[in-house]
Design a protein around this ligand. Structure first.
Ligand code: EPU
Length: 347
């Protein structure tokens, strides 16, 4: 049997294990994609050809509010390798279905530093470019070389560079015009040979300092990796234990004038000035200030240690989480005049 013939659609497929909130919903059809050829075979299957489609990697950035009335493509493509190098950089390619954290750990084990600040982010390699994952002073786009994707309308395989991906803060072409048009099959990262530690982020610097003088002064990539893992474990709930999708809201960016007015009223406001003069506000702080930390609506709750993270305490639906999110957005708008935008895709 050829690879393209082996694509099998499963009807009524349970998605509980495929979304990190753990919502108990089903897909009308699902297909596990282990080879590129299976993608188009699934999409062209007469039972699913006219239906909506959803691509799921780790399901770590999605809120499923009900059964999905269409075809879910479960991207399970695997493989990772050093593909080339030049004087400045190593180029490492990983298939879209590789678990992100395992991939980061593997690059370090190969002596290829550069992704350590992004340790322990849930999800897959193929999901990383979609929202341009970032943490502890590094965004994925800074290490991105290119990606391969299949255009679902034509079956064409395309290679897209950073410019085509239009990366922004937790944003890319794939969250906008490119949504549902392409399935990312692999990503190639450029890791600079002239590695320097990125250890300035406050929480990270504090953790490195707590781990001893040598690490704080001149941490190596492994020390940064270990410190990031420790900080994340202390603050962010493990989706395997408590369903969540990481930060539920983006940190809002406001004009300098609005920031000055807010700061005058709220001197402790946590903020970061952007290159364009606008100011990014810590959404977690805004939500915390409104008294939401640890509060719940039904089984949907605000995490006790990080107000930016919404969790499923068990048995919550996507609708419950969206109701909680809506109440938080309303309070933050009323108190600060700031609109919070959800980070996950809500379906
Ligand atoms: N804060 C509070 N109360 C809270 C949460 C935060 O006062 O409940 C304050 C903190 O004390 C800190 C500031 O708000 O002064 C910012 O908090 P933190 O450093 O924890 O980072 P964040 O802005 O909440 C962002 C990313 C995270 C990323 C961390 C570390 C977004 C939306 N979130 O969180 O990304 O891991 O920085 O770099 O940009 C994700 O996107 O899923 C994610 C987890």
């Amino acid at each position: 049997m050829s690879q393209s013939e082996s694509a099998a659609l499963i009807a009524g497929y349970p998605l509980k294990a495929h979304n990190t909130f753990g919502f108990d919903v089903r897909a009308q059809f699902a297909c596990r994609v282990e080879h590129e050829a299976q993608l188009m075979a699934a999409v062209r299957d007469p039972r699913a050809a006219a239906l909506p489609r959803l691509v799921l990697g780790g399901g770590s950035n999605v809120v499923l509010t009900g059964d999905f009335p269409g075809l879910v493509l479960l991207v399970a493509l695997r493989g990772r390798q050093l593909v080339r190098e030049d004087d400045e950089s190593w180029y490492v390619e990983a298939a879209a279905g590789e678990p992100w954290h395992e991939f980061v750990a593997w690059t370090l084990s190969q002596g290829l530093p550069g992704l350590e600040n992004l340790a322990l982010i849930p999800g897959t390699v193929g999901a990383a470019p979609i929202q341009n994952i970032g943490a502890y002073g590094l965004e994925m786009c800074e290490r991105f070389a290119s990606l391969r994707a299949v255009e679902l309308a034509t079956g064409a395989v395309v290679e897209l560079d950073a410019e085509a991906c239009q990366f922004g803060y937790r944003d890319s072409f794939f969250k906008r015009a490119g949504r549902d048009r392409y399935v990312i099959t692999s990503v190639t990262f450029r890791l600079p040979k002239a590695w320097t530690p990125r250890a300035g982020y406050a929480d990270l610097a504090r953790e490195l300092a707590a781990r001893g003088e040598a690490h704080a002064q001149q941490p190596d990539a492994q020390a940064i990796f270990d410190a990031v893992v420790a900080v994340r474990r202390a603050k962010l709930p493990d989706p395997a234990v408590l369903g969540n999708a990481g930060s539920f809201f983006k940190n809002p960016v406001v004009e300098a004038v609005q920031f000055e007015a807010l700061k005058a009223k709220e001197p402790e406001l946590v903020s970061y000035v952007q290159q364009d003069g606008r100011v990014k506000l810590a959404a977690g702080w805004l939500i915390d200030r409104c008294g939401w930390k640890g509060r719940s609506i039904g089984a949907a709750a605000v995490h006790e240690r990080q107000a930016l993270v919404l969790v499923n305490r068990g048995g919550a639906s996507g609708g419950d989480v969206l109701a909680l999110a809506g109440a938080i957005q309303q309070d933050v708008l009323t108190r600060f005049g700031v609109e919070l935008e959800a980070e996950p895709v809500c379906l």
